[in-house]
Design a protein around this ligand. Structure first.
Ligand SMILES: C[S@@+](CC[C@H](N)C(=O)[O-])C[C@H]1O[C@@H](n2cnc3c(N)ncnc32)[C@H](O)[C@@H]1O
Length: 272
């Protein structure tokens, strides 16, 4: 079994960044999962579980009478997820090593969920179709992912636009799709799901909110190898050591609001 070659890597810094991001995304994720139809008692498969944040969140929603399997390809992520599960004493969660592109079950789930996985998979449309067979008839599939095309500042701050453009180019160079949120409704429809619906949520950060600069720099740090490989920028031009401060200063002096990438939830039902 191979470790996924995805653009953000899986060292301790990235696993930590995922957990920080998960805190920020917990509210929108809860809302989207609720709206999609995750309910008490369901048996749920969480694809690309990472350090386990969505798996644990779904476990809370389905309650003790439900059950969640967190599927993850990378042993480093899996080890962290399992350590957290044991430390929290969560009984209705099991983490398994497996590939979200090919995983097949003999005991279909009530729901399949994934967050921030599909943007990394060049075959996202096929993966969405593949999981029809892992759902019981009428079962629910929910994908939560980014549309980074909506991240911007008003008024425009040149440094923000430049870094966001670099990041989008580096994602594409790494065969990831930063606009995947825009494509999911089509993929769901083409896969034959019924009752396809969606909702996008976005944070609008005030000019003095430190999160804007920290968030963009955090992604740029995680993406540094991909940014440099793609050739869109150089280490000197990127200037990671000072990037947070430069971004924060630029936002404040322009008195600009920053909109985070839209967190898009799309869901549908297996016919039957
Ligand atoms: C950006 S992280 C998201 C983690 C978690 N879902 C969250 O939202 O916090 C993507 C995760 O998907 C995993 N992954 C990538 N390709 C995979 C595959 N083919 N099968 C299973 N997991 C995969 C990565 O190892 C990583 O842990």
């Amino acid at each position: 079994m191979t470790v996924p070659q995805y653009a953000l890597g899986s060292d301790d810094t990235e696993i930590g960044r995922l957990q920080t991001q998960a805190v920020m995304l917990a509210g929108p994720t809860e809302l989207l999962l609720q709206r999609a139809g995750i309910r008490r008692g369901m048996r749920v498969l969480d694809l690309g579980a990472g350090p386990g944040d969505v798996t644990f969140q779904v476990a809370g929603m389905v309650g003790a009478e439900g059950y969640v399997v967190g599927l993850e390809l990378d042993p480093a992520q899996l080890a962290v997820a399992e350590r957290r599960r044991a430390a929290m004493g969560v009984a209705n969660v099991e983490f398994r090593q497996g590939d979200a592109c090919t995983f097949a079950t003999v005991e279909p789930f009530d729901a399949v969920v994934c967050r921030l996985l599909l943007l990394h998979l060049p075959n996202a449309a096929e993966v969405i179709r593949h999981h029809r067979d892992n759902l019981r008839p009428g079962g629910l599939i929910v994908a939560i992912d980014y549309d980074t095309g909506s991240a911007r500042t008003l008024p425009e701050v040149a440094l923000f636009s430049q870094v966001l453009n670099w990041l989008n180019a580096a994602f594409r160079h790494a065969k990831a799709d930063p606009f995947i949120g825009m494509r999911l409704p089509t993929y769901f429809e083409q896969a034959g799901y019924q009752k396809v619906d969606s909702l996008g949520l976005q944070m609008y950060l005030r000019p003095s909110d430190p999160l804007s600069a920290e968030y963009v720099t955090g992604v740029a740090k995680a993406m540094k190898p991909a940014l440099l490989r793609s050739g869109v920028t150089t280490e000197d031009e990127l200037g990671l050591d000072t990037l947070t401060q430069r971004l924060a200063d630029a936002l404040q002096s322009a008195n600009a609001v920053f909109t985070m990438p839209t967190v898009v939830g799309v869901w549908g039902r297996r016919p039957g």
